[in-house]
Design a protein around this ligand. Structure first.
Ligand code: ZN
Length: 193
């Protein structure tokens, strides 16, 4: 797998796609086509693993299939980390159900536009590899949905220019006030911050 480094200095951002199974089909192009940020550093891993599907909620994922992610985090210490995933339509309710926290212990995703979902990353990587102040996001793009993919591309380019977690929160509050409140509430409940 290829690790690309664009720009230099702080903030350091790491964006990853194609984390498991065939998700690279709907996510990797966004990172192949991304331009360097105006300020700071952007590191991308367009295809982390295209082998068998292992969920990122399974701790083994980051110890094996997703090992490159951990190496890259340890090496570059990013303060902004973004995972690009894709989901099939059948899974929409499962991902966005408010009861998800009670069912599997992970907060539900927020719905942005064009079936793009926003959530945090797996607790294992969030808690062990990032400071409390870091911004860790996970976007879910609907599979084989061009609108969903191109909308995600726009959002990713906005996140790419954010210099801090606060800057991203200001953007989210302005554009998606309801989703922002829910995301922040989930985050505080979950991480006690
Ligand atoms: Zn995924």
């Amino acid at each position: 797998m290829t690790v690309n480094v664009y720009g230099h200095g702080n903030p350091v951002r790491l964006f990853v796609a194609g984390l498991h199974g065939d998700e690279w089909r709907d996510t990797s192009d966004i990172l192949y086509n991304i331009n360097p940020p105006e300020h700071g550093t952007l590191i991308t891993i367009p295809v982390v693993n295209s082998g068998k599907y292992v969920s990122t909620l399974d701790e083994n994922y980051y110890k094996h299939q997703g090992m490159t992610i951990i190496y890259t985090i340890v090496k570059y210490q990013p303060s902004i980390y973004v995972e690009l995933h894709s989901y099939s339509g059948d899974n929409f309710t499962n991902l966005t159900d408010n009861n998800r926290i009670n069912r599997i212990g992970i907060p539900a995703y927020s719905i942005l536009d064009n079936n793009v979902l926003l959530g945090s990353v797996a607790p294992y990587i969030r808690r062990n590899y990032f400071s409390k102040e870091a911004l860790c996001l996970s976007f879910e793009i609907k599979k084989s949905d061009e609108k969903s993919r191109s909308f995600a591309e726009k959002i990713i380019n906005t996140v790419k220019e954010c210099k801090s977690r606060d800057e991203f929160i200001i953007f989210l509050r302005k554009r998606y006030p309801k989703q922002a409140e829910k995301a922040i509430e989930n985050y505080k409940k979950f991480y006690g911050l």
